[in-house]
Design a protein around this ligand. Structure first.
Ligand code: NDP
Ligand code: 2IT
Length: 449
């Protein structure tokens, strides 16, 4: 790489950190992307000349708003709502909503920035955004969830639309929440505008496979990575974290393809089940009765609940973190490597810390960043938008086949870009370079906006 490209990147990173103080997750995501773009910038000097990078790191719009609501005891609660509309060069803003007490502007910006690149990788016409609230859904009644969603949408509705910005789910936002949000949008606007949200119910505009898409997609990506080393999923022991949407459907697809997932977790601890996770029981505990993960071990002979300890210390050949950002640090990576892990695919966004990723690199572990491995969710969201626009409803089989081919394409695009930009086999550099090229080219075509 030439020193001018390195200088440009370092200078931009320093300036961006200075003007966005106190946003560590955003800085981390920015650093990971910028540090891999050197070779692309050398090959395409036109991007530096037109200020594309400076524009890419600044969200197009950031919205923060008050969300007042009343809990079941009659008390007024005030939460903060966010929507960071990061980049719409490739299509309407698109990305999930997260309801979790940790939500703040830094987390929204990191997720919106990542989403821009992820969505570009899918090859579809979708820009990048993220939103949510510091609302904690745990332990709240259905009525409280509904009142919160209605208040949240009462502000959000004016900022979204099928051709403007299309939210979906993320942590703490699943089918139930999307239903309440859609209901309020329809009531306020007097429009049954199916294309305004994705992840809808199957009876009112939702797409087959959207629920399963992120987990299934991560497993398809894992399958592609393994095949580059003539390895197969069959017979592999898999270590999974999380027990929400992404984890559950990663486990389902792993089992269908002959692997043996043996762990699941939540914020209280993890379970280990050497016979292989009982998927029906996990769905019962997490999707239907919304209990803590220890309830799984209580009902499953032979399974153990571990309250303090790290799921990454459980031996396995493949790993899919599927809970939250920075859930896998350097000690965890070292434990996985020591136990012989051969491939890690991020189901959660930015699951691994930079030190952990570096350890995987050194140990030649196949490593897929979230923006590539978990892109299946948003990809099927874009298929949902296409079906809504055409007033169609595709079969499960057709939708799953489309998802699979999108994941195969993302894998080969990342692999080819890694090769072209001097880091063969490095999916981080490959995914960042391929995504950057697509977004940056669109921005260049569209002039200074
Ligand atoms: P869910 O809310 O369905 O599940 C989240 C799971 O992760 C729960 O088991 C939760 O445990 C655990 N978790 C969340 N935060 C923490 C934390 N701070 N510490 C420990 N455990 C935590 O969310 P999803 O499965 O949808 O999302 C999981 C990850 O996947 C997120 O990073 C999300 O951004 C990413 N993702 C999701 C997509 C989707 O389509 N849903 C698409 C692409 C990426 P607990 O209930 O105890 O908090
Ligand atoms: O992180 C993500 O890609 C998501 N939460 C899914 C976004 C979407 O619009 O389907």
């Amino acid at each position: 790489m030439t020193s001018s490209a390195t200088d440009l990147i370092e200078d931009l990173f320093t300036r961006t950190v200075e003007r966005n103080p106190g946003e560590p997750e955003f800085h981390q995501a920015l650093h990971e992307v910028l540090e891999s773009l050197g070779p692309v910038l050398v090959a395409h000097p036109e991007f530096a000349d037109s200020g594309v990078l400076e524009r890419l790191v600044e969200p197009e719009r950031q919205i923060m708003f008050r969300v007042p609501w009343v809990d079941d005891s009659g008390r007024v609660v005030v939460n903060r709502g966010f929507r960071v509309q990061f980049n719409s060069a490739l299509g309407p803003f698109k990305g999930g909503l997260r309801f979790h007490p940790s939500v703040n502007l830094s987390i929204m910006k990191f997720l919106g920035f990542e989403q821009t690149f992820k969505n570009a990788l899918t090859g579809q016409g979708i820009g990048g955004a993220k939103g949510g609230s510091d609302f904690d859904p745990h332990g709240r009644s259905d009525a409280e969830i509904m009142r919160f969603c209605q208040s949240f949408m009462t502000e959000l509705y004016r900022h979204i639309g099928a051709d403007t910005d299309v939210p979906a789910g993320d942590i703490g936002v699943g089918g139930r929440e999307i239903g309440y949000l859609f209901g309020q949008y329809r009531r306020i606007t007097n429009r049954h505008e199916t294309g305004v949200l994705t992840g809808k119910g199957l009876g009112w505009g939702g797409a087959e496979v959207r629920t399963e898409a992120t987990g299934y997609g991560a497993v398809f990506f894992m399958q592609e990575m393994l095949s580059t080393r003539s390895e197969r999923l069959e017979g592999k022991t898999a270590i999974i974290s999380g027990s929400g949407n992404v984890a559950i459907y990663a486990i389902e697809k792993l089992q269908q393809l002959g692997a043996r997932p043996i762990t699941a977790s939540d914020s209280t601890g993890f379970v280990i089940d050497e016979q292989g996770i009982d998927l029906e029981l996990l769905k019962e505990v997490k999707e239907r009765s919304r209990e803590r993960i220890s309830a799984y071990a209580n009902r499953r002979p032979g399974a153990r609940f571990v309250a303090s300890g790290r799921v990454w210390e459980v031996p396995g050949q493949i790993a899919i973190p599927a809970a939250t950002q920075n859930e896998l640090g350097p000690d965890d990576a070292a434990a996985l490597v020591k136990n012989g892990v051969i491939a890690v695919a991020e189901g959660s966004n930015m699951s691994c810390t930079p030190d952990a990723v570096e350890l995987f690199r050194q140990a030649k572990v196949l490593f897929a960043p979230g923006k590539a491995a978990n892109a299946g969710g948003v990809a099927v969201s874009a298929l949902e938008m296409a079906q809504n626009a055409a007033r169609e409803h595709w079969s499960f089989e057709k939708s799953e086949a489309r998802l699979k081919s999108i994941m195969v394409d993302i894998h080969s695009a990342a692999l080819q870009a890694a090769e072209r930009y001097e880091h063969p086999g490095d999916y981080v550099v490959g995914a960042n370079s391929a995504a950057f090229l697509r977004v940056a080219s669109a921005m260049l075509d569209q002039g200074l906006v």
